[in-house]
Design a protein around this ligand. Sequence first.
Ligand code: NCD
Length: 310
Amino acid sequence: MKHLLSIADLSREEILSVLDTAVSMHEVQHRDVKKLPTLRGRTIINFFFEDSTRTRSSFEIAGKWLSADTINLTGKGTSVSKGESLRDTVLTIGAMGVDMMVVRHPASGAPAQIADWVGCSVVNAGDGTHEHPSQALLDAYTLRRALGDLEGRHVAIVGDLTHSRVLRSNLLCLQRLGARVTLVAPPTLMPSGIAAWSGADGFATSYDLDEVLPTVDAVMMLRVQRERMSGGYFPTAKEYAVTYGLTPRRLGLLQDHAVICHPGPMNRGLEISADAADAARSLVLDQVSAGVAVRMSILYHLLAGEGSQE
Ligand code: NCD
């Protein structure tokens, strides 16, 4: 493994290897001295051309806890704002001798393009509406901790599916791990041509959240991404919350053992009610905690693991 660009590039075994290593990485979080020498002397640039709280800080913490030197750049404050092309910017950074670029970009496919241009490892930290592979891996880690093996488990992914890179990566990842997936959205936010998505077969779709909720082991609520919407995808926020939000009433439809995920940032009161976000069965903060461990594991696999130099 040299790059992490898409879950489609990972076999089931590679996914499990990342998740297994993350278990031991997670222990570091509870130590007084949070430092392993694994990536001493390695340099990682976090290049974020789009806003981020969780992903950016957890990649930075993951690099630091593995003793790598980490540097953060954003589109603002770099020569990108002076009109430098993406290619010139990343070639410039690459020429400094970095070992890895962690890239978030509003254009789908940008990290893959960068991986073609530069010699170092590239991690996709979210590209447009395409993929967010590290999020899917941390979600799988969190769900396995809560539910055990995901083989045969039923997961509903609900909300603004059209604009969600989290959906695309999670669908592939959950299916590789043997879970049964149902996608729930209003017709306007169900991606067109979804039935033909390559590599992702055998999932169900529904417009009726009430019907699906009693059958799931986990429900993953996705954010309504207003910044990617140009027109009216639903009449009003209130109507969306009533028809597709995880409201207090809908919590009562879940089986006793069923858990709730949300990748954050949450729109409380829109796709998820405060009761659901703060429920005992909500894994939202477990996902954040797992994010550091899983990203440590990703850095380890790409920069220090067997075959990392291939
Ligand atoms: C997601 C993202 O940026 O794609 N957030 C995240 O990384 N935790 C989901 C979102 O923005 O809604």
